[in-house]
Design a protein around this ligand. Structure first.
Ligand SMILES: [Zn+2]
Length: 215
């Protein structure tokens, strides 16, 4: 966000969170943090509005997380764009990133890439979706598998932290650093459910280790 956008978002924060104090030092902190966040003025306002609808006070990282969520959702909803020539590496990456940032800003994707009937029949992975996974992984510096697992988990409710569909799992108030809680990944069909050993089995394993002289 540029400096003007951040100033306008901050005005909006003050408007929407009337009980919160914003001393000058605090405002400087907000400006520094929000300026680093990719996004448009509209993203910032949408994030603030969303947060104000469910809480009375707000921290900069909550706005940043909400902006990311809004932009990621657009990318997940519109994984439809023209894939430039994969062999042309010099142009492919910048073009793909430019297209993705346009979609994340709320713009339109380009032409739809459809799978050939043969690919569909063979259950080939959706090329457009895979391209979106790779690009989002590159943008956030994460593993593509992380993005796939998170996308899948967002479709189902998390029994562990009670995150609803579309909401990222949380630990305390913070978004979790793993794609989602294990039980949610199992529910989404992303990972296999490995039953935990029972208490008796765990004790037996520990005793066996002690008997072998392991710490
Ligand atoms: Zn969860």
């Amino acid at each position: 966000m540029n400096a003007d956008d951040v100033t306008e978002v901050l005005d909006f924060v003050e408007l929407m969170f009337p009980d919160q104090d914003f001393p000058e030092q605090e405002t400087d902190r907000w400006i520094l943090l929000l300026q680093r966040q990719p996004g448009t003025l509209a993203d910032g306002k949408e994030a603030v509005l969303e947060l104000a609808s469910r809480q009375g006070f707000v921290k900069p990282h909550e706005v940043i997380t909400e902006i990311k969520r809004i932009r990621d959702k657009r990318l997940a909803d519109v994984p439809v764009f023209e894939v430039p020539d994969f062999d042309d590496d010099d142009h492919y990456r910048p073009e793909l990133l430019a297209t993705l940032s346009r979609i994340a800003d709320g713009g339109q994707g380009l032409a739809q890439i459809s799978q050939t009937p043969k690919e569909l029949e063979a259950g080939e992975p959706d090329r457009a979706y895979e391209a979106s996974v790779l690009a989002r992984a590159a943008v956030h510096g994460t593993d593509p598998e992380f993005v796939r697992q998170r996308d899948a988990s967002l479709r189902v409710f998390c029994e562990w932290c009670k995150a609803g569909p579309g909401e990222v799992c949380t630990v305390g108030d913070e978004p979790t650093l793993v794609p989602a809680h294990h039980c949610r990944l199992v529910k989404a069909g992303v990972v296999e459910d490995v039953p935990r050993p029972s208490r008796e089995e765990q004790i037996a394993l520990l005793e066996a280790d002690i008997a072998k002289g392991k710490p």
